[in-house]
Design a protein around this ligand. Structure first.
Ligand code: CTP
Ligand code: CA
Length: 219
């Protein structure tokens, strides 16, 4: 890794959770601190890339050297923000996007009434899959996968189904790694290979992931 080995590259990173509002005081969200995506954005900027960070609701400071940070709340807003940033050389989807959102947002606070409440949920857009088949598709599209079991099976499934170049799967269950932690362990899969990274601080993993992306850059 040299100091400016990403100079001239335009990299879009999405990070953090999305919040899908139920009513003015409640939402459906994901457990994601945003630290992994922010670390990737920071590392890429340090290595000379023009970085746009699309961030869900997180409480993290903006990394130095970014070209732009766009804050969003919902999956739908994240999709709009990401698509608006194309074309790019690389898209790294590190966000924990909610898969379902309430079919409608109640205009006022829902009051408790019956013993049971059923919420109708609808699928959110799959941002990663859309970017990967977009007319302005980035040269390299990288997704993440959060799995609790059968990690390789599901990660390779996502690689194929979403037509992305790499999937970085969180190895959950490795002690001290994962959601709110500063450390993580990833296994990165591509069509004809894989590499285990960490356990290591997310900042170190970010650089190792960027190294892998550069090494596999199409000639
Ligand atoms: N992703 C996305 N838009 C969604 C859902 C997921 O862009 N609506 C992206 C995530 O940012 C991640 C990748 O897809 O890069 C995989 O997310 P994950 O939740 O692991 O996979 P899903 O396809 O949502 O499948 P499931 O949750 O059922 O495992
Ligand atoms: Ca999901």
């Amino acid at each position: 890794m040299s100091a400016a080995d990403l100079s001239g590259r335009r990299i879009v990173v999405s990070a953090g959770p999305t919040f899908e509002d139920i009513d003015p005081v409640r939402f459906i969200g994901n457990r994601s601190s945003g630290k992994m995506g922010f670390a990737i954005a920071e590392a890429a900027a340090r290595r000379g890339a023009q970085v746009v960070l699309v961030a869900g609701p997180v409480s993290l400071p903006t990394p130095p050297g970014l070209q732009q940070r766009v804050d969003v709340r919902s999956a739908r807003q994240m999709r709009e923000a990401v698509i608006a940033q194309l074309p790019a050389d690389v898209y790294i989807g590190a966000a924990a996007v909610a898969d379902y959102a309430p079919a409608e947002v109640a205009p006022g606070k829902i009051k408790k009434k019956d013993e049971q409440l059923t919420l109708a949920l609808v699928r959110t857009p799959d941002i990663l899959a859309e970017v990967a088949v977009h007319a302005r598709r980035p040269t390299v599209v990288v997704g993440f996968a959060a799995e609790t079991h059968d990690v390789e099976f599901y990660a390779r499934g996502k690689l194929e189904k979403k037509k992305v170049d790499m999937i970085a799967a969180n190895r959950v269950g490795v002690s001290g790694s994962g959601f709110e932690s500063d450390d993580n362990a990833l296994t990165v899969y591509w069509l004809d290979g894989e590499r285990a990274l960490g356990p290591a601080p997310k900042t170190a993993l970010a650089d190792q992931l960027l190294d892998l992306i550069l090494a596999r850059w199409p000639a």
